[in-house]
Design a binder for this molecule. Sequence first.
Ligand SMILES: [Zn+2]
Length: 445
Amino acid sequence: MLRYRTFRSTYKLLQKSQWWSKEQIEAYQLLQLKKLVEHAYANVPYYHTVFDERGLGPNDIRDLTDVERLPFLTKDIIREHLHALMARNYAVRDLELVQTSGSTATPLGFYYERGASRAREWAFVRSAWGRVGYRFIDKCAVLRDDIISADRGSDLEEKRLFGRWLTLSSRAMTAANLATYVRLLRQFKPKYLQAFPSSITILAKYMQENKIEHFPTIKALLCGSENLAEWQRELLEAVFRCRVFSWYGQAEQVTFASECEVSQKYHVFPEYGVLELIDARGQPIVNSDEVGEIVATGFNNPAFPFIRYRTGDLAQYADLPCECGRHHVLLHRIEGRANEYVIDRNGVAMPITTIWMTGDVINVDFEAVSHFQFFQDEPGKLILNIVPGRDYEKCDSGQLFGALRERLGAAMDLEIRLVDHIPRSEAGKHLWLVQKLPIRFDSQP
Ligand SMILES: [Zn+2]
């Protein structure tokens, strides 16, 4: 019941609030921020202590920029003060432990408000998808991290939501199974396909290599949870011949952004939290040509408040306004998640995306490659595992090596290994980089 009521009320608000004026948005955000800080000071021991130490109180939040007076919250602080970050006015049975996996060495644990946090999130996701016409009654195929229970007769597919969702396992994407997926999708005739970009890319490459026709019923691909590179968008649009719609969020639920009906810029939902972009010195970014780290304060999880949380994700402001008429902050180039960095011999972190996602490395050098994955467990040493494609020649390794060497710089050794297949992560994701080294983005110069 709590779940449904929370979803309904959040969804109803979003239907209306998306068209608010700039002033209405600011007034709403300020009210939510004040409420959150007041609550955190009164009920969350960690915040009570750090606010006291800085001589700050709830009354110091008079406008939105006052959020900058509050200290940052980092993953290390959460690990260290997990218990003290839980709001005392919530019973333990009302909390749900959330564990992020990802490819980094140390996972992060924190809490949701049981029943409510996920329901609110779904209201935001549902509201975003509505921009490309998604309705609850629509048939949707899912290619994400879902584990298919073996007792359903098949370990590849499963029907959910009264048969409206066809869930395909993203952990079994072998060539033989991909043929089955194509057949299942043709039979099911989905209107939408939601997927991890990496999973759907594998299906798209398979369809392209085997000259498989697109699915005419699919109106849009709904891509979330990972970076969507420009080459991926182009490939997906060419193969599926429909709109690729992407959104951005994170398990910590501090900020949420999605494309709109008319633009590929990420519209930041103001009802979700307060977003800041900060530079390496912790100062606010003002120019749209500067990349900053996404720091955000979430409104939706008072049971375990994230205030000025450093996500480790990077973005740039995009120019306002958008033709759709919403007065939202716009971002582009959300990328370089903290777990997508490689570390050179001098301890300098560089985003893996700048090595292979930009320019045309991917189009030229990776053409004959079916799948690939970078792996690092030692600073200054990077391994690239490659599953050779049908047209892969020996000389391709040499070419690829040369192109990547140039981008990696002198402080990084590269080794290319040809492999038969690339294992999935625990969450079923097809990671481009498995990073076993701890990345401390907040300590980068
Ligand atoms: Zn727009």
